[in-house]
Design a protein around this ligand. Structure first.
Ligand SMILES: [Zn+2]
Length: 425
């Protein structure tokens, strides 16, 4: 229901045909004499179809039933039938999670043999690769879900799995993107430079090409996923998008919003305001923010004093922008425990700071989750050059069910001379 008013208003200015479900063969034709009510009904119908495409049948049925129009009321029955075709996902404790860093847009600049090129090849994927990966995931019937779709705390503050209701054959998948900060070190290396809101309030990337020309568009993970879902509404479960892990030391989304780090930033207040508006728009779209610590800490091994001061700084500088969160994504995948369950001071502290969901990295297993007491824990598969190389070497491959590495890999990777050392972002 989040999009209801926005969609209606957008639909009113679009042609009816473009606004209706692409799969709907009975699309009403455009007609100069179309009345305001017909336009309104077409707008609501499009929203009902969008909700149903995203498996939110209850919301779609309610919208159809509550409307004054008989035409919309009559949609409810078909929607009830569609809803009956869904079943709970049979393995709530086996949901895979893929994660990415910001995308390389211009491989010539990223792989220009400077000291950062090796790191980019190891830890990033290119825009071309990501576009292929999205199409492959969609073709293989994956559907994006968010943490609260599969697990939540009950009244006794105990974590429980939730039922994900999907049509037969569809499979849930969690996606995340780390460090969406457009760090200073990436400047000029062929990445997007920041996120911005366009004239319609939609989140876009600003990208400066090699010739210095500024472009607005989808040049990174979140904007590309948003566009893909726009074209394929059945790729998301009830508007889920994924997680976005944020640090604080270089600010947020390309805005240097950290007062402790940028005390001389004359635009500090405006940067904070702009970044907050972007976070708000992303949350409304279905993105969930996670703490990635303020200073990209090794959470598993830093001193407790450092962990506490860093968490305090995240809450002072990042939380006002992205909002409070119960999600914690370990930087470097540095978890606070091995496969054993959580206990002890470090866990108690993170839990006391409001974190209930924790994410590590394990690129050798398709899905790994642990639910004990008041926490949910999930391992993520790193999708990057290292994983591609591991996969191609046949070393504990995990990607076959998601996509074919040979099919998605960017030939530009071959051009890079890897005799030079890489630095981890
Ligand atoms: Zn990170």
């Amino acid at each position: 229901m989040k999009f209801f008013s926005a969609v209606i208003s957008i639909c009113l200015v679009m042609t009816l045909a473009a606004c209706s479900d692409p799969g709907d063969q009975q699309s009403p034709s455009t007609n100069a004499s179309t009345s305001d009510d017909d336009q309104r009904i077409a707008g609501v119908k499009a929203e009902i179809n969008r909700l149903a495409d995203g498996y939110d049948y209850d919301a779609a049925i309610k919208l159809a039933k509550d409307d004054a129009s008989d035409e919309l009321n009559s949609m409810a029955r078909g929607l009830e039938e569609e809803k009956e075709q869904t079943t709970p996902w049979e393995h709530p404790e086996k949901i895979p999670h893929l994660f990415f860093h910001s995308l390389i847009v211009d491989t010539d600049r990223a792989f220009d043999q400077d000291s950062r090129s090796g790191g980019y090849e190891d830890y990033m994927v290119t825009q071309k690769e990501f576009s292929q990966i999205l199409q492959e995931l969609y073709k293989r019937d994956y559907v994006l879900v968010n943490p609260e779709d599969f697990a939540a705390l009950n009244k006794q503050k105990k974590m429980e799995y939730r039922k994900i209701m999907l049509p037969k054959g569809k499979k849930p998948l969690v996606l995340s993107v780390d460090d969406l900060s457009y760090y200073e070190y990436m400047d000029g290396d062929g990445f997007a430079s920041r996120l911005v809101l366009d004239d319609h309030g939609k989140v876009r990337n600003e990208y400066v090409d090699a010739a210095g020309k500024k472009q607005l568009g989808a040049f990174d993970v979140t904007t590309m996923v948003d566009d893909f879902v726009g074209e394929h509404p059945d790729f998301t479960y009830r508007d889920a998008r994924g997680l976005v892990a944020m640090t604080g030391y270089n600010g947020e989304f390309g805005y240097r919003t950290s007062p402790s780090q940028y005390p001389k930033n004359k635009n500090l207040a405006k940067d904070q305001k702009d970044a907050t508006a972007i976070a708000e728009a992303m949350k409304n779209t279905g993105w969930v923010f996670a703490s990635h610590s303020w200073g990209h800490l090794n959470t598993g091994s830093v001193s407790m004093a450092r962990l506490q001061s860093d968490t305090k700084l995240w809450k002072e500088e990042v939380e006002p922008i992205v909002g409070p969160t119960d999600q914690y994504i370990y930087p470097f995948g540095a978890d606070i425990a091995q496969t054993n369950t959580y206990s002890g001071a470090r866990y108690e502290y993170l839990k006391s700071q409001g974190f209930d969901y924790f994410y590590g990295v394990d690129g050798t297993t398709e899905s790994w989750m642990q639910q004990v007491g008041g926490y949910q824990r999930q391992m993520r598969i790193n999708i990057d050059g290292l994983q591609f190389a591991k996969e191609k070497a046949g070393d504990r491959p995990v990607l076959a069910n998601f996509f074919d590495v040979d099919k998605v890999i960017d030939p530009a990777r071959k051009a890079l001379d890897r005799s030079k050392k890489s630095t981890k972002p």
